[in-house]
Each structure stands twice: as C-alpha cells, then as structure tokens.
Design a protein around this ligand. Structure first.
Ligand code: HDE
Length: 696
C-alpha cells in the first residue's frame, strides 16, 4: 500500500513508501538516476526489514549520496565570492579605423557577454560588503572566439610585477596560522607587507577611499587596468585602456553603513543585482577607451606599462564606443557563475597585449589555476566557457572529454583528404590571430635582466594626484580608513613605517593618520624617485561626480497602524515615477491597518529591514504609530542610522517625537513630507558628517 510519510506514526503500522499523491509535482517529468532509471521512491532508502540496516544494494541511495559528496570544487584562490549575469555588448561607434576585432566593426551590433563581479580576499561564502577591491570580469562571446576583459573596479593595482602576486595574496588573505580575519585587509600581515612595498601606495589610496565600499555592483566603474593594444587591418597598433562607466553613476556606502550592511544582509550585492535584473531594471555600463600612441607614451612622466599608474581622463578623454547591458540572471549558480573561467590570455584578432610585466604574468596564471579548479583541461567545453563560434583543432582526449571527434585525422599536416577522408581544419594565415610584431619597440630587445624600467620607481606622484583630486569629505574618509586599518595592526613597527610612506604622498594626510593613531609623526621614508605634482583630476572624485537620481535606488518607508493611506500611495507613486523603488517597512510583516481601515502588507519587517538597506527613508506615522514606535529600539536605530549615513529623511509631522527621540537634528536633508522630498532623496548630505562623526 502507498501512503504519505507521517512522522507521528513512528515505527509501527504501515510500510512508509512515499509517493506524493497530489501536490506541486503533478505533471512533472519522472525522477531518474543518472543512468536514466526511473525512481519510484525518493524518500526512503532500501532496508533489510522495516527497522533494519540500509542495504549496500541501494544504488539509488548510493548514487545520490556519492554525487552529493563531490558537489564542491576548489574555490578560486582569489575572487572566490562573486555574482554574475548574462547580457550583451552593443557597439555604437565603429572602430574599424583602429582595430580589426570583429565585435568592434559594425555600429548597432550586439555581442553576448557573461559578466562576473567579485570581492578579492574573502572565501566563496564570505560577505558582500567588506572593504575590498571588486573584480569586474567580462567574457565576450564574439564571432571570432572568446575575448575576456578581466578587470577590477579600480584602475590601478598593488604591484608592478606578477612575481609579487603570491606575496600580496598571502599577506592579505586570512593569516596563515590563525585563519582570520576573513575578507579584509585590516590586519598585521597585509600592512606589514604593504608598508614594505612603496609601489602599493597609489592603490592603497584607492583602497582606503569609498571606491572599495560600492553601494551596488551596478554602481561601480570597471577598468581593464593594463595598457593593451588595438591593431587594425593594416597592422597599425594603438595603445588602449578600457573603462566601464555605470549608467547609474558611481555610488558608495559609508564605512559604518558597510559594517552594518554586513550584519543586515550578507548577500547585499548579490541580491541587489539579482533583484534589479528580475525586475527588468537592467544594469548598464558604457565602454570607454583611452587611445594613445607611442609618442604620447614616451612623453609621460610615468610608464604606461606600469599597472600602478593611470592616465588621467583630463589628459586622454574617453572615447565612448558602446554599452553593456546585463539582462538575464544565471539559470544555475554553479554551472555558470562558479564554473566560468576568465583568462586575460583569451584574446581575439585586433586586440593584443603589451609588455606590462603584471599582464604578462597573468597570461600564465589563469589557465593554470583553472585546470586545478575545474579539474580537467577540457573545461573550455563547459557551456558557460564554450565559444559561440566553431572550435576546430586536433586537441584530443583528456578527462571529461565531452565532444566526439570523428575520423582518423588527429594530427596536422595530413593528406587524408586525398584519400577521400576528412583531413580536418587548417591554419588561417589571413584571418587568424597574429601577434603584433612591433611589440618590442620599447627597448625590450636587451639582455635578460631581473630589473624594472626607471620610471617604475616613482611610487608617489600618482598617489598624491589621487589625494589632491578628492573632495574634503573624501579625504576625511581616506585618512580615517588608514587609521582604522592601522589600528588593527599589532606589529608596532608597521604603523610608523606606513605613515612614513604617506609623508611622501601628502604631509597633511600623514599627520592626520598619525594623530588618529596617537603616534609621533615618523621620519619620511626615502623615496626611490621624488614625486612630482600632477594636475588634479576631478574625474577621480566620487562625491563631486555623483548623479542626483533615484534610478536604481530604494526608499524605505516606515509605517504602522494608522499611517495615512493616501499619503503612502502618493509617495509610492512619486518614487516609482522617479524610477526608484519604494519599500514599505512595518513592525509586523503582515502589515499595518492604515487610516482607510484597510490592512496593507509590508515589504519587510522592521527588525529585518534596517535603514542601511535603503538610500533614503520616510517615517510615515500617525500620532498613535509614533507613540508605539518610540518604545521600539529598532525604529529609533532605523532613524539614527539613516541620519548617520547621511541620507535624506522625510517625515509626517506626527512622527516628529520619534525623530526627536533619535536625536535627528534639522538640516537640508531632513524634511517634512511634501513634493520636495523626492528631490532631497536623490542626494547624500556630506555636510552633515562633521557634525556627527569624528573623522581623522
Ligand atoms: Fe587576477 N587572478 N591575477 N587580477 N583576477 C584570478 O584566476 C592573477 C589581477 C581578476 O570572476 C585567478 O580563475 C595574477 C589584476 C579577476 O572568475 C588567478 C595576477 C586584475 C578575477 C589570478 C593578477 C585581476 C581574477 C583566480 C598578478 C585586474 C576573477 C581564479 C599578475 C586587472 C575572475 C581564476 C572571475 C582571478 C591571477 C592580478 C582581476 C589566480 C597572477 C591586475 C576579476 O589566476
């Protein structure tokens, strides 16, 4: 007899074979084993008697557990935690004059992409919002094969030469003996190493800025970092730096907000990306190119092959050539986001490398690590990695070979076709990839030397450029981040050494950090090359380039019983009209009984929806609602945090007592609810910060 499983019945009575009689599975396909055998019972293992031992013979159980036991693969050694989406790149300006790459030929044409964003230091299960660089990797499935632009959200890197990468990563990841801290640089080994490596200084300035605290993956820039080459049909090479610019503008969180976000939602960025795409708010970036020639390169006070340097946008403006839109979430996280294998060496005709020693090292590392991560040299056959153009060669066999090559031809040259057999593919001298032959025009033709070019020795000019290009509000964040990070360092020799390096960047910065740590201002560390003053670059500031918009942002609205139903409706509509997303928070998830007597379901419960999840907030309470919530710590904290995170706060007049209890002082961003709130909600209120926070 067939019954449904019922735990209350314990062990007596009937045999517990479980086949759901009615339910969500009706009409679905049959469950089978991996051998295709239909499964009759997916609830009970095969036993010798009702209470007897499980039988080895149970191949259904064995296969299921066996497969489960092997579900994990090694996580990425860096960039382990990531989120990705499918989409397309659309060219809007033909680049046929400077590159023969097929994807850059015809304006209007789309190329499919798969883009993965990641944190660097944390493990796959770590949180989304630590202070960390973000990976920004794009796989273009072009008609001429896959091109991977594997970049970050910061345009420079910590080191100049790939040989230092293992040291950097060992130093920044959790410490070797104790396995903490996870996903953060605020610890001894990172700062010990970084303070001994002056070439990290420029990147440290970026890492200590708000760039490493993105509000959303949709609101950060991406950079290819290295100088690459574009090569046209005549064989002419143009240097290029690749930039992704978010349509929503760059937006970051505050440090305190990032810490609290970590507690509120471990998956803050992953969820945000997923939800935006599910709702049809497709994230979008413009692709911009900085194009220049050898003459320009030779005239700069830095080396364009040095990945710790930028070319200021004011010097070489971006040529905007297309856009990337991410419009489809992955169907399966493991099969796609986890198994995708990006590699800077995946390149198409018309794009080429330079001699940047960091890039050159990367060309080896990715394929190598992917073999150990994905377990076989055939990982390129996985659907997410497979090119969308024909792949034809004589590479054969290997573990997990998925294709079934036909015929005898597995070598080349061969003359099998003269015997009427298929001889297989041949070289393609005209259309194939040809390495740019002028690549040694920068003096690299010399002896074999373990050295760096002279200009690489300038470690401070661009760090100073970055500092001098920031708004005072941003400088305060940078100085405070240095103080926070160095305050976590127990090795007493490290903070003075780091501050000694910072004196080469800016005396004022060094003094503020030393003050924040309450240490004596140390001697300036000798610089290998004296820094020069470069013209400040306004493009490097986030605060002065923020877009005032609600597009892609969320407004939290706190309601309780008695809240004004009509005002809520008007507010929600106004937020949606401005392309924002209203999110109603109530003490109970079942909602609140509004002034019209109707029960309205909330989007989130107060305790689970702290205000750091929103870009602006509104307290829409009746007198009774305010009286109730004045006794609720979570409501008071909700407002205190919104104020502390410099957000706009709109309120119904009856909610004023709650604002008073939370210590909210009136300012430009705190407004009684009317139409002006929508405009207010589009900004952050930096001028509030010095009143509420002691920054370095
Ligand atoms: Fe990577 N990097 N990297 N990296 N990198 C990896 O490859 C490496 C560097 C970047 O979403 C690994 O498949 C070396 C710069 C991203 O799957 C590994 C050096 C930039 C991702 C590796 C660098 C990056 C990686 C680990 C110094 C910005 C994640 C897993 C020469 C331009 C891609 C993997 C994804 C991943 C090596 C420096 C970006 C170990 C040796 C500079 C976005 O191969």
């Amino acid at each position: 007899m067939t019954t449904t499983f019922d735990t209350d019945r314990g062990n007596g009575g009937e045999t517990h074979q479980h086949v759901p009689e009615k339910g969500p599975h009706d009409g679905a396909d049959h469950l089978t084993t991996n051998q295709g055998i239909r499964i009759t019972d997916n609830q009970n293992s095969l036993k010798a008697g009702e209470r007897g031992p499980t039988l080895l013979e149970d191949f259904v159980l064995r296969e299921k557990i066996f497969h489960f036991d092997h579900e994990r693969i090694p996580e990425r050694i860096v960039h382990a935690r990531g989120s990705a989406a499918h989409g397309y790149f659309e060219l809007n300006d033909s680049l046929s004059d400077i590159t023969k790459a097929d994807l850059f030929q015809r304006a209007g044409e789309r190329t499919p992409v798969f883009t993965r964003f990641s944190t660097v230091a944390g493990g796959a299960g770590s949180v989304d919002t630590p202070r960390d660089v973000r990976g920004f990797a794009v796989k273009f499935y072009t008609k001429e094969g896959n091109w991977d632009l594997v970049g970050n959200n910061i345009p420079v890197f910590f080191i100049q030469d790939a040989i230092k990468f293992p040291d950097l990563i060992h130093a920044v990841k959790m410490e070797a003996d104790r396995a903490f801290p996870q996903a953060g640089s605020a610890h001894d080994t990172f700062w010990d190493w970084a303070s001994l490596m002056p070439e990290t200084t420029h990147m440290l300035m970026w890492a200590m800025s708000d760039r490493t605290l993105p509000r959303s993956l949709r609101m950060m820039q991406g950079f290819g970092i290295h100088t690459f080459r574009l090569v046209n049909a005549d064989g002419k090479s143009t240097f290029v730096k690749f930039h992704w610019r978010p349509k929503l503008g760059i937006q970051s969180t505050l440090w305190d907000e990032a810490l609290k976000l970590q507690a509120a939602d471990n998956d803050f960025h992953r969820r945000d990306l997923w939800e935006a795409i599910s709702l049809g708010n497709y994230p979008e970036w413009e692709l911009g190119l900085q194009l220049f020639d050898q003459e320009f390169a030779d005239a700069q006070p830095y080396d364009v092959l040095d990945s710790t340097k930028i070319i200021p946008e004011e010097v070489i403006p971006l040529r905007m050539v297309g856009r990337m839109v991410l419009d489809r979430n992955p169907d399966n996280f493991f099969a796609e986001t986890e198994q995708v294998a990006y590699c800077p060496a995946n390149i198409v005709p018309g794009v080429d490398f330079t001699n940047d020693p960091l890039l050159q090292g990367r060309l080896f590392s990715y394929l190598d690590t992917q073999k150990s991560r994905l377990g076989t040299a055939n990982f390129h056959q996985l659907p997410i990695n497979a090119p969308k153009c024909p792949v034809m060669n004589f590479q054969r066999d290997g573990q997990m070979q998925m294709s079934v090559p036909k015929g005898r031809a597995n070598y080349e040259p061969n003359s099998l076709s003269s015997d009427g057999e298929a001889g297989g593919p041949r070289e393609c001298p005209v259309m194939g990839f040809g390495t740019f032959e002028g690549g040694t025009s920068q003096g690299e033709k010399g002896d074999k030397l373990r050295v760096r070019a002279e200009l690489f020795a300038d470690h401070y000019s661009q760090a100073r450029l970055f500092w001098r290009s920031q708004q005072p509000s941003e400088q305060a964040h940078i100085a405070s981040s240095f103080v926070f990070e160095l305050s976590k360092v127990g090795l007493k020799q490290v903070p003075p050494r780091m501050v000694g390096n910072l004196r080469n960047v800016d005396e004022e910065l060094a003094r503020r950090v030393a003050d924040g740590l309450a240490i004596m201002l140390p001697e300036k560390n000798p610089a290998a090359r004296d820094p020069i003053d470069m013209e400040p670059s306004p493009a490097l500031s986030i605060h002065s380039n923020m877009i005032d918009t609600l597009r892609g942002r969320k407004v939290g609205i706190l309601v309780a019983d008695g809240s004004d139903a009509a005002a809520l409706k008007t507010l929600q509509e106004a937020i949606r009209d401005a392309d924002g997303q209203p999110f109603v928070v109530a003490p109970k998830i079942g909602g609140a009984k509004l002034s019209d007597g109707k029960q309205m379901k909330a989007d989130g419960q107060l305790l689970g929806s702290p205000s750091q999840l929103f870009d602006a907030v509104v307290v829409l309470l009746s007198e009774d609602g305010a009286k109730l919530l004045i006794k609720e710590g979570a409501a008071i904290q909700w407002l205190m945090d919104a104020f502390g995170h410099l957000k706009a706060i709109g309120y119904a007049s009856a909610a004023r007592p709650l604002l008073n209890k939370a210590g909210i002082e009136p300012d430009d961003g705190v407004v009684e609810l009317d139409k002006s709130f929508i405009e207010k909600a589009k900004k952050r209120y930096w001028q509030r910060e010095p009143k509420i926070r002691l920054l370095a």
